[in-house]
Write a protein that binds this ligand. Sequence first.
Ligand code: PEP
Ligand code: CO
Length: 459
Amino acid sequence: MPRPRRTADISSTTTWSPDSWQDRPAAQQPDWPDAHALQSVLAELQGLPPLVFAGEARSLKASLAKAGEGKAFILQAGDCAEAFGDFSADSIRDKLKIILQMAVVLTYASGLPVVKVGRIAGQFAKPRTSPNERLGDKELPSFRGHAVNDNAFEEGSRRADPERLVRAYHQAAATLNLVRAFTKGGYADLTQLHTWNQEFVAASKQGRRYETIARQIDQALRFMTACGIDLSSDAAVHQVDFYTSHEALLLGYEQALTRQDSLTGDWYCCSAHMLWVGERTRQSDGAHVEFLSGVENPVACKLGPTATAEEVIALCDRLDPEKEPGRLTFITRMGSARLGEALPELLRAVEVSGRQVAWVCDPMHANTFTTASGLKTRRFDDILAEIKTFFAVHKQEGTSPGGVHLELTHEDVTECLGGAEQVLDDHLKDRYRALCDPRLNARQSLDLAFDIGEMLQTR
Ligand code: PEP
Ligand code: CO
């Protein structure tokens, strides 16, 4: 028999089930025009294989518990929204490359294991501030991610189509298949570090700095081999554990991929290893929190600038009633100006509650603004400033900065301003390819990894 997860306060009298979220208000759900078609797609998804396995989610939980204790550092990164049109072996490989490069920089600087979690293989649904988008005198439903509708500003494109859920599932499956092949099949081997430096990065200052580290690691590996240490059979040298995550927004989809673990009888949402609830859907009595409260995966919750200590404790009670290390991660996204003032109270409230959560800094989502030319962007300096404040507050409070959550791409895009190579206002339109939020390009990402590495070193 499945072990019902004990949930506190509001639902203490009800038992969780994969569909118990349906009794609660669910924010940010698309208007599916054809309820019948949706039901038939969800039934199809329910019959398809799980994308991840319970045992993998449990290993991630153990690693996140280490990050909560300050003995590991989380690097959660990827696109704001994955695209149906950006789906090739090269693109998946290059997305991995930049995250692996950053992880090497962070590990080398900090001496800590880096927990690698992609916003990948399932990040296809977006919450929106406004249900409609206006362009000139035309108004259409907002783009909600490729699992729901298309980004083109045309009436037909913006119609929510449930068939897209099936396509999202298959793209996630194929992406995950390649991620597993690349990370377990030799590509992520520590002797391959040089091949991760992409051409347009290699010539830059950050690229050269990365090469220096890669050479030093080579040398250390050669030294160990010369000392008679047999590295050839050590999986840690040849393979990488890489986990997937996305916002658990479309609850019908997530429910359809929720399965009972044959070993423990527990429920796992098998669409990704880790799932998070977003800033717009984190109501502790809402449908999203209800759904995540009952699956055994590690779960995360975004906390925006208005989050109060009471809300945070209510979320802890709902999502982590058993006070299990590694179960709950809080991803703060307060903005560089607000974080210093807002974070201490939340850290103290969680400390007093006797829990160990992992605190992760998302320095992207509250530092977004629109330029005069109408493009959404973020300043590299604001991103860096929010991370610096995050480290400073944790130091002051005696708690651990558990990791960072970034929107980035391997591509040479011009979506965020600044960085060592100075993307300026006028450059933004040159290679602005974001479907949703602006991402750091590969050089900016590597640049940031060196800065975070220094913060970890002097921690
Ligand atoms: C996101 O991570 O893309 C997102 C929408 O974040 P938030 O819920 O923090 O606004
Ligand atoms: Co985003």
